[in-house]
Design a protein around this ligand. Structure first.
Ligand code: SF4
Length: 366
């Protein structure tokens, strides 16, 4: 019997579709994961190496910083050699926007609040982007809101973020340009969630979700997961970027896992492990960690259960593709619900990895 289709929590909020190189964003396109390189963009090899690492981890679109003329000058090489679409991230200097478009970048992120005389350049930017088929992102950040908006709202409230985004959107609409996504980022997930809800009510532009300055890996992962989960569960969001004070590959791993957890991206390796308790007859933490490490990079969908005792162990192990229920210094190994062998505790990890690889080969051959 074929596996049932994964449950979806909500119909997707209807948005326009953009095309960034070969990746679609918005409409019915799969929700994409983005990240941003941390290398100096002028370090071409270092930047391309990092992009390759992000791509391997599941990143769909990458952004690179363009703070100087030297960075703008190497964009054409990076855009050409990257396997995934490159977005140029531009603050302060509108002339780099034109250079990024000419360089073959798949998209440009602009922060109008940080670009002086931005309003005067709108028509030129829109024409250049339109001629090249390059979408833009209007990236509104709580930390760089337009002064007039701040005066009106007093602080970066959800309403202020949305008013700022819609004000910029209208400038592009006035010159008949609609090929852009919008983000309204805030460090507080509650403010951010509300802002995106309001924005989804106000427009049909694709929404790029982000909790900005979310913090170190643990805190940032929680904040982003809560905020993205709340919005994506309502069908809001077309592309996501997890921001962590950690290497960008960690951002991508978290982003991918968020989408997998919500059935918005096919699940690959999934470890079902118990939290352990006073009944545990094996060191569950070490076991789960070693199995996770041993199976890192597996690309086929596989659920592996690592359970500490016989209370829930056999049940969970039976439900998974592969599992172990431990007890009395031994591990019962289950494959697709059947016990295939019982091994001593010190062979559990090696046996699970061996069985997982065997199952992966079968799945890949199918
Ligand atoms: Fe405790 Fe056993 Fe449940 Fe693990 S499976 S949490 S060891 S009762």
């Amino acid at each position: 019997m074929p596996a049932p289709a994964p449950i979806q929590l909500a119909p997707r909020h209807v948005t326009r579709k953009l095309k960034l190189g070969n990746v679609e964003v918005g409409g019915d396109a799969p929700i994409s994961v983005q990240s941003m390189t941390t290398t100096k963009t002028t370090d071409i090899n270092g930047t391309l190496q990092q992009i390759a690492e992000l791509t391997a981890a599941g990143c769909d679109i990458v952004r690179v910083a363009v703070p100087s003329q030297d960075d703008a000058d190497v964009l054409h090489i990076i855009a050409k050699k990257s396997k995934i679409p490159v977005i140029a991230d531009i603050h302060f200097q509108p002339r780099y926007v034109f250079q990024a478009i000419e360089a073959g970048c798949a998209g440009v992120r602009v922060n109008p609040g940080n670009i002086k005389q931005f309003d005067d350049k709108i028509a030129d930017i829109a024409r250049a982007a339109s001629d090249a088929g390059v979408p833009l992102r209007i990236g509104i950040n709580a930390g760089s809101l337009d002064k007039r908006i701040m005066q009106k709202y007093g602080s970066a409230t959800p309403e202020a973020l949305v008013a700022s985004a819609m004000q910029e959107a209208r400038l592009f609409e006035d010159v008949d340009f609609h090929d852009f996504a919008i983000s309204v980022k805030h460090h507080d997930p509650v403010v951010m969630i509300r802002a995106y809800q309001l924005l989804a009510e106000a427009c049909d532009y694709p929404l790029h979700l982000g909790v900005t300055e979310a913090g170190p890996a643990f805190q940032g992962t929680i904040k982003s997961s809560v905020a993205f989960g709340a919005l994506l569960a309502q069908g809001i969001g077309d592309t996501i970027r997890v921001s962590l004070s950690a290497p960008p590959v960690e951002e991508v791993k978290v982003g991918v896992k968020i989408l997998e957890a919500l059935n918005l991206r096919p699940r690959h390796l999934e470890i079902v492990s118990c939290p352990s308790c006073g009944r545990a007859q094996v060191d569950v933490y070490t076991l789960a960690e070693e199995v996770t490490k041993g199976l890192e990079g597996m690309t086929v969908p596989l659920r592996v259960a690592v359970m500490g005792c016989v209370v829930n162990g056999p049940g969970e192990a039976r439900e998974a593709d592969l599992g172990v229920a431990s007890g009395n210094g031994k591990g019962q190994i289950f494959v697709h619900g059947e016990v295939v062998k019982t091994v001593p505790e010190d062979q559990i990890v090696a046996t699970l990895i061996e069985e997982a690889n065997r199952l992966a080969e079968t799945l890949e051959a199918d």
